[in-house]
Design a protein around this ligand. Structure first.
Ligand code: SF4
Length: 417
């Protein structure tokens, strides 16, 4: 893995990093001294500068996948705290569970820039008067976070809780549940965590990369944040690039073109068959003229999710790759909801039959039927995300589906059965 791919910029503590190299500007394995030398002290905002307003002006969206406006989440928690019915002090959680197998940006961030994450957590907690603070992450990241907390006096009230590392462990309600009971299954998704989360308190869950951006916005302001990216997607985002002979973390401008991101990763587009954007709950796309945009609503845009880009080369079979992912996703069901528990394994069986030799055209119709059956029927997004992946695979690899149903694979040049 290549964690840092650009030269360190020279910046003063009072000005923000220029360009798109922001989050790792303090260097590899940055300790507190590197961090403070590079970014300066974390300012304390007074009542005249309401940080939620600053965040709204910045336009930061969550970097954990759902892309909600960060200021809205914080404002909802603050509203719940000040509401007449709820008086409990909020809980604020930095979510570094990163259960997506193709994502490694949170792990890289916690290893190389833990102090930005901690600064962001303290800033968010201050904005909502939060009193209980957590960093929730997998065992491999805990030593780096512990070492960073040990370096500073203001981190004593931050608790570290180990996440189980399952695919759905990073879902917000699963995070709250994981801290509460150590199991980490999703809760009813109709419940608003901002009103009633951990121990019934207003609870704010923010991805660790979101927190790192918050730490920089707290220092340099909304106008600085918008000096890169676009109006609809300001700032930078981390992307985990995999599948082309290695793994790389890049920090790219918001609204970047996929072709440019691949060029930055030194991947030759002529060797690329398709790209999976957004991870196992994402979409396969080709050609490469898409832009990465949080909502994915405009034409030729695709949601980057948690910033996952997985490249499929010309000699790999997209159907086989998707069938393997689908088998994994079926195994990762939390077995709480019937359509998810039974529907996903059924979908995996059908897609594996198409990929590895079933010549019955009815299989495609059956896969479509099952996808519709599971969509919207789970307590969390797992069935919907899985159905979206399958739908994009059938569309993007339609020629491959026809070849497989006829008994051969054009990619691997072999018989499928
Ligand atoms: S939809 Fe699936 S993963 Fe989500 S809570 Fe229900 S059983 Fe668990």
């Amino acid at each position: 893995m290549t964690p840092l791919t650009a030269e360190l910029p020279t910046i003063g503590a009072s000005e923000g990093p220029a360009g798109t190299y922001r989050l790792f500007a303090a260097g590899s394995n940055a300790g507190l001294a590197d961090h403070e030398r590079t970014f300066g002290p974390l300012p304390v905002h007074g009542v005249d500068v309401h940080f939620i307003d600053v965040l709204e002006a910045a336009g930061l969206t969550g970097r954990g996948g759902a892309a909600f406006a960060a200021w809205r989440k914080i404002a909802a928690t603050e509203d719940a705290r000040t509401g007449t019915l709820i008086s409990a002090k909020p809980v604020v959680i930095g979510n570094g569970a990163e259960g997506e197998p193709l994502s490694f940006k949170d792990k890289t961030l916690l290893a190389h820039a833990p102090h930005l994450v901690i600064d962001g957590l303290l800033t968010a907690a201050r904005a909502v008067s939060g009193t209980q603070l957590y960093i929730y992450t997998t065992a491999v990241n805990i030593p780096a976070v512990e070492a960073a907390l040990a370096e500073r006096h203001d981190g004593r009230r931050i608790h570290i809780v180990e996440a189980p590392g399952t695919f759905i462990s990073g879902e917000a309600s699963a995070v709250v549940n994981g801290i509460a009971d150590g199991i980490g299954l999703p809760l009813d998704n109709r419940r608003r965590l901002s009103e009633s989360g951990l121990k019934g308190r207003p609870t704010l869950v923010l991805n660790v990369e979101t927190l790192a951006h918050i730490a920089l916005i707290a220092r340099y302001g909304s106008a600085w944040f918008r000096t890169t990216g676009s109006e609809r997607d300001p700032g930078t985002r981390l992307v985990s690039v995999s599948g082309h002979g290695g793994e790389q973390i890049l920090e790219v401008a918001g609204d970047s073109g996929l072709g440019q991101v691949l060029a930055n990763a030194t991947i030759d587009p002529s060797t690329v068959q398709a790209v999976l954007i957004g991870g196992y709950h994402g979409r396969w796309v080709r050609p490469l003229d898409y832009r990465l945009s949080p909502t994915g609503q405009a034409s030729n845009t695709v949601r980057p999710g948690a910033g996952v880009i997985h490249v499929l080369t010309d000699s790999q079979c997209g159907l086989e790759a998707t069938a393997q992912i689908l088998s994994y996703l079926a195994d990762e069901s939390a077995m709480q909801c019937g359509p998810c528990m039974f529907g996903l394994p059924a979908m995996a069986r059908v897609l594996n039959a198409i990929a590895y030799g079933g010549g019955d055209p009815q299989l495609v119709r059956e896969l479509d039927r099952l996808s519709k059956l599971v969509t919207g029927r789970g307590a969390c997004h797992h069935p919907d995300g899985t159905a979206q992946l399958v739908s994009s695979a059938l569309e993007t690899f339609s020629a491959d589906v026809a070849a497989h149903l006829a008994g051969s694979c054009t990619r691997t040049r072999g018989r499928t059965a």
